[in-house]
Design a protein around this ligand. Structure first.
Ligand SMILES: [Zn+2]
Ligand SMILES: [Zn+2]
Length: 157
């Protein structure tokens, strides 16, 4: 398909997405790799259709004209194209995950996007990201900047 992300080690490969999906199913549900892969083979085409349509497979939103997609952190190679919003969400995922402890934090869950739940709810994601910015202020921007420079997070978390 020849889609390149800002940070990808190579142009997008559907097998990288399938691999990540399979791993995620295994982590979530256990079971054997064959059935996890079958599950991926069933679901991944839907995500590929989104990418083909110029949409983000993580949240389903349309990319802007000429937007260079972010490379999703679901793979080391970061070749899976996602929108800027999802790039920011993924940069914050581990930070936010450690801060979810009760029902009052459930609004932040909209930010999390395990690949087997793709596409996630775009509106819930927008709300969650706004809430993270409200609660953690400048740290959120610093984390996103650091992540985009692939600098280790150090003691910020
Ligand atoms: Zn997205
Ligand atoms: Zn790849």
């Amino acid at each position: 398909m020849g889609i390149s992300t800002f940070s990808g080690a190579h142009p997008f490969r559907s097998e990288c997405l399938l691999e990540a999906y399979t791993q995620d199913v295994l982590e979530e549900n256990g079971g054997d790799i064959e059935s996890a892969c079958d599950e991926g083979l069933k679901q991944v085409p839907e995500l590929l259709a989104l990418i083909d349509a110029g949409r983000c497979p993580r949240c389903g939103a349309a990319l802007s004209e000429g937007e260079v997609p972010c490379g999703s952190r679901i793979t080391e190679c970061r070749c899976v194209p996602v929108c800027k919003l999802c790039g920011d969400s993924e940069a914050l995922e581990s930070f936010v995950m450690t801060r979810i402890s009760g029902p009052e934090d459930s609004v932040l869950l909209g930010l999390l996007g395990p690949v087997c739940d793709w596409p996630i709810d775009h509106d819930a994601e927008v709300t969650a990201l706004a809430e993270a910015r409200r609660r953690y202020g400048r740290r959120v921007e610093l984390l996103i900047d650091l992540e985009n420079q692939s600098v280790p997070l150090g003691d910020l978390t």
